[in-house]
Design a protein around this ligand. Structure first.
Ligand code: SF4
Length: 238
């Protein structure tokens, strides 16, 4: 487990690493850049760079964390990648099912694969399932998410690269919005963010504004209309 600077979680756990680009939001993938950097530094876990790899040796880590944690699962991969072995996904779920003191946040762009496996997964309440929606073109991922058995369902609208005009938030428990950051970051317009924020207010869904992004995200910060938006899903008794 590693502490993280990601604003909407506390720590990361990466039983798998590596991925491949699947949609427009992947263009400036942070995980890819980081994996290549760690490979260049000679870190064992990243010896194959950004190629998909599973790490059985870290599967058991959550059992050893005594204090309850909120954990972003596979921040350096996508658990529902087409090439992820199904039995490995089941192993990751088994660990999450058996450590209910922790809250696990799983995020995917492969909502169709998630949907396909859904019936075989055990959805204990400590597993929050999310899909990334970077523009209107990918809102169909939300329908797949809605069809799963996850108790808490969330959207990561990051990087928001285009306007989302129609956003149905029925059965969605949390929305995160953020702009792209780093070199080559695609700009995000304030009205796109406000439109989503307003939809969250109308549909009574917690709204978390992660960042404006841009070349230097520290400079642009995360204030929207004079305030910080740190909405989180209601805690559920596990
Ligand atoms: S799905 Fe996520 S981890 Fe995979 S390439 Fe796209 S942005 Fe990177």
């Amino acid at each position: 487990m590693k502490k993280t600077k990601i604003e909407w979680t506390e720590s990361t756990w990466n039983p798998a690493t590596g991925c491949s680009k699947i949609s427009a939001g992947c263009k400036n993938c942070y995980a890819e850049k980081m994996a290549k950097r760690l490979q260049a530094m000679g870190i064992d876990k990243y010896s194959t760079g950004f190629q998909l790899a599973v790490h059985e040796d870290v599967l058991d880590e959550p059992y050893s964390w005594r204090t309850p944690r909120t954990v972003f699962v596979n921040s350096m991969s996508d658990l529902f990648h087409e090439k992820m072995p199904f039995d490995f996904i089941l192993k990751v779920f088994k660990v999450m099912n058996e450590t209910p003191r922790h809250t696990f946040q799983v995020l995917t762009k492969r909502a169709d694969v998630l949907y396909e496996y859904n019936q075989h997964l055990t959805w204990t309440k400590n597993i929050w399932m999310g899909v990334t929606v970077e523009s209107q073109a990918y809102v169909n991922r939300i329908d797949y998410l809605r069809s799963t058995g996850a108790t808490v369902k969330f959207l990561s609208i990051e990087p928001l690269i285009d306007e989302i005009r129609y956003l149905d938030l029925e059965d969605i428990d949390w929305v995160i919005v953020g702009g792209e950051s780093g070199p080559g970051a695609r700009p995000m317009q304030e009205e796109w963010v406000l439109s989503i924020r307003n939809e969250c207010i109308t549909q009574n869904v917690p709204f978390f504004f992660k960042q404006w992004g841009g070349k230097n995200k520290k400079l642009t910060g995360r204030v929207l209309e004079g305030k910080i938006w740190n909405g989180m899903p209601q805690r559920i008794e596990y």
